[in-house]
Design a protein around this ligand. Structure first.
Ligand code: SF4
Ligand code: SF4
Length: 381
């Protein structure tokens, strides 16, 4: 910046300065992960500069539907969310925990050290900041810290971006998680394409973020521009068509384990587990041990699991949740009700991924609303 950034000053930078910022992060040893086009979707993958971003593309969402479309304004962040979340980097789908080698006097167990990679996440949406904070609580918030997650998370640089539009499956406003970022980032961008100019307002949310801005070319954003940012965010919020009254409905779900809606949704649900895999907060895993054919080498792997899998609740004597109804009920009840008792927040941040990527278009906002409506099966509290 031309002047030393102050805590609450927001700066105006152009795309070249943003590229310089990405270069600076690389120079500090960060591996940049950001949005890019792949397989007709926008995924999170390694990037090296602004040119790698899905410039001029947007995504369209509906229950069970996702499409990419070209846009005419050349926006870098003109999409909402792809199928992947940031959890794949901090809580990977598959992770070897240890290996064991046969030695003369038995097996020697060698634990795998946590990875030391330094990530910079570029383009983290406000609902995803909320999801990161939920996963922080799960993996690092109690006396038991998950070292693989914690190691990477503590060195992660979070570069957020405010949403200038809402997808049709988004409902972050009703969950209080978006469409503007409030905390949980090192730097936060608002992309502004207006009067033939393409610029970004950048805001530092931490000392690490402030240090990154030092010496960069840019001016303090004026009041008119800041008002424009607020209005852009308000327009995104007002365009959201889905809503969830999660506190009221979470309580209603707890009182309604035998509501007829559970059977109706189970008739549609394929128990494919897509909703849990795309969800940025779902964290369940299973552990598998393998050996090679010689029997001299064994490994223990952890991998993502889902409460929609029959084996997930397998204990001595079989699975506890043998029907689709019981598995869907488990998922939604945990997400919206018992998660609050366990972690103090809802387990849902309103990103809408489970709606978009459900192959039969099951919409949790619709299901929760139906479950919250009076039922003859409602138990007496
Ligand atoms: S709700 Fe949809 S995505 Fe989730 S398990 Fe059922 S069919 Fe699959
Ligand atoms: S439950 Fe669905 S809408 Fe909520 S955070 Fe998970 S994927 Fe997003």
């Amino acid at each position: 910046m031309n002047e030393k950034p102050e805590t609450h000053t927001k700066y105006l930078i152009d795309p070249e300065a943003l590229d310089a910022l990405l270069d600076r992060l690389k120079g500090e040893g960060f591996t940049l992960i950001g949005p890019r086009l792949r397989d007709d979707t926008i995924v999170y993958d390694e990037i090296s500069c602004l040119d790698d971003l899905p410039k001029g593309w947007t995504d369209e969402h509906e229950a069970g539907t996702y499409r990419l479309r070209k846009r005419t304004d050349g926006a870098y962040f003109g999409y909402n969310l792809g199928p992947q979340s940031w959890k794949q980097f901090l809580h990977p789908p598959k992770l070897r925990l240890w290996r064991a080698e046969r030695k003369d006097k038995g097996f020697e167990v060698i634990e795998d050290d946590p990875e030391t990679i330094k990530y910079a996440f570029i383009g983290v949406r406000p609902c995803e900041l909320a999801a990161l904070s939920i996963q922080d609580r799960v993996f690092m918030g109690d006396q038991h810290t998950e070292s693989h997650y914690a190691n990477k998370r503590r060195s992660t640089f979070v570069f957020a971006v405010n949403c200038s539009q809402a997808g049709k499956t988004c409902f972050c406003a009703s969950m209080g998680t978006g469409p503007s970022a409030r905390s949980g980032y090192d730097l936060c961008l608002t992309e502004i394409i207006k009067s033939g100019t393409h610029r970004f307002v950048v805001d530092a949310g931490s000392d690490k973020g402030r240090q990154m801005l030092e010496g960069l070319t840019g001016d303090a954003a004026d009041d008119e521009l800041l008002t424009y940012c607020v209005e852009q965010s308000r327009r995104a919020e007002q365009s959201m068509i889905r809503h969830l009254d999660h506190e009221k409905l979470g309580d209603a779900i707890l009182r309604n384990p035998e509501h007829p809606r559970w059977t109706q949704v189970a008739d549609r649900c394929l128990c494919c587990a897509n909703c849990t895999l795309v969800c940025p907060t779902c964290f369940c895993t299973t552990v598998e041990d393998t050996t090679d054919l010689t029997g001299d080498h064994a490994e223990r792997w952890r991998q993502w699991d889902s409460c929609f899998n029959l084996e997930f609740s397998h204990i001595s004597g079989g699975s506890v949740r043998t029907t689709g109804k019981s598995r869907y009920r488990q998922w939604l009840t945990h997400k919206l009700a018992t998660w609050r008792l366990q972690f103090g927040t809802s387990g849902c941040v309103g990103c809408g991924r489970c709606i978009t990527w459900c192959p039969v278009g099951i919409d949790l906002t619709e299901e929760a609303a139906a479950l919250g409506s009076p039922s003859t099966h409602e138990s007496v509290p």
